[in-house]
Design a binder for this molecule. Structure first.
Ligand code: GLU
Length: 421
């Protein structure tokens, strides 16, 4: 079998959507390659006095619809292909939500769990030193992603302000509230998905009490567990990078949150409150109504998709399902609420944070929630309508919806008709 990059697989979805729209060939030519990816080597001093270097990237995939936007990931498996693919997904995600942004992403190849806090701060500041000319409040706006958080965004915003010699909070989102962060950004990714499922429950066949399995227990996984448990849905299985627990009558979410806050894996709760240890690979096949992948890419693939029992999959992770698995799930009539819609609450509240920073005026939590809910419901229903009109999956519908916006922006910038007529 030929080797496909992650970006090749992502582009399958662009091609599919293009088949349903009359798009100018200029559009596809423009969207199938990342516009610029910068790779650097960050050198920092470790606590023991030694120097260590880390590969890092920032990709600005396309800025037709506005400054590029997207998180920075710190992960030992990060690589250029992954960064470019994540930036491609951000471009589509911002178009799905009609945010005035293009797509970007960054990463450092590092296991941050192996760094001290002081080393982590030096690495975060080194990232901004290296990319200070690439990022900017009207150019490229980073945010948190896997294994980065508000504290790291705070260090980065501070470093940028020092370099440019003035306060510049709008250069980065997901900051601590004390440094210009927005209320409601911390749980926004999960909350967006939660509003979506709640609004569409009847068309998804998810009315009443749900059994939920959650893969990944970081920011998105923990907050979706809390939001759904508060509505008395049962969280029956949860995994993290080291293991998984299962309880047919529902897991104790407070126990799990406390365990993670103490820096322990979810598996350490086994034996308490009815929690049973299960194999992390089996989590996706648990008998549940809703499956929530909230970890990394390609976790649902040809090898396990046919064993999934959930009715609906809410993709809070980016790219958790491969195109081959998509086909299997469609044949099994499992509805997939795709990442570029389902997890777009995060970047939507990032947008709110950027707007507040530019205005110098902070919104209330109720305002943030209400505006997020309005946008999730609006775009979710628009995509549902496309699934009905064109008889396509939710993913294809979301790509059609976004591609139409991208195409009209590219065509508005373009001058092809001037040369051909
Ligand atoms: N990293 C998040 C995502 O993948 C948020 C990006 C942002 O807020 O800019 O959507």
């Amino acid at each position: 079998m030929p080797h496909h990059s992650l970006l090749d697989l992502a582009l399958v979805r662009l091609d599919e959507a293009a088949g349903y729209l009359e798009v100018d060939p200029d559009v596809i030519e423009k969207l199938q390659y990342p516009r610029e990816t910068t790779k650097v080597r960050l050198m920092i001093r470790m606590d023991d006095g030694s120097r260590k270097s880390f590969l890092a990237w920032r990709c600005r995939y396309d800025d037709t619809r506005g400054p590029t936007k997207g998180g920075i990931r710190f992960h030992p498996d990060s690589n250029e292909d992954e960064v470019e693919t994540l930036a491609f997904w951000m471009m589509f995600k911002c178009a799905v939500m009609n945010l005035p942004y293009g797509g970007g992403k960054g990463a450092v190849c590092v296991d941050p769990r192996k760094l001290s806090k002081a080393e982590l701060e030096r690495l975060s500041r080194a990232y901004i030193q290296a990319f200070a000319r690439i990022v900017g409040p009207d150019r490229d706006i980073p945010a948190p992603d896997v294994y980065t958080n508000a504290m790291i965004m705070g260090w980065m915003a501070d470093e940028y302000s020092q370099i440019v010699g003035q306060a510049s909070p709008a250069v980065i989102t997901g900051k601590p509230i004390a440094l210009g962060g927005s209320v409601g950004r911390n749980d926004a990714t999960a909350r967006g998905g939660y509003y979506l499922v709640k609004d569409l429950a009847s068309v998804l066949g998810l009315e009443g009490k749900m059994r939920v399995a959650i893969q990944g227990f970081g920011n998105a996984g923990q907050f979706i567990a809390s939001l759904l448990a508060a509505d008395s849905h049962q969280i029956v299985a949860v995994s993290d990078s080291t293991g998984a627990v299962y309880a047919p009558e529902g897991l104790d979410i407070n126990l799990l949150l406390q365990t993670k806050a103490d820096g322990l894996p979810v598996s350490s709760t086994a034996g308490r409150h009815g929690h049973q240890l299960i194999n992390a690979d089996d989590l996706v096949t648990i008998d549940a109504d809703l499956l929530v992948p909230a970890a990394l890419e390609s976790m649902i693939h040809e090898g396990n998709a046919s064993h999934i029992k959930a009715k609906v999959i809410l993709e809070l992770a980016n790219g958790p399902i491969t195109p081959e698995a998509d086909k299997i799930l469609a044949e099994k009539n499992i509805t997939v609420l795709p990442d570029i819609l389902a997890n777009a609450g995060g970047v939507t509240v990032s947008y709110f944070e950027w707007v507040q920073n530019k205005q110098g005026y902070a919104w209330t939590l109720d305002e943030v929630h209400e505006r997020l809910r309005t946008i999730m419901v609006r775009e979710g229903r628009a995509i549902f309508n496309i699934t009905q009109e064109k008889h396509v999956t939710w993913r294809t519908a979301a790509y059609i919806h976004a591609l139409a916006r991208l195409a009209s922006a590219i065509e508005a910038h373009g001058t092809q008709s001037f040369f051909t007529s």
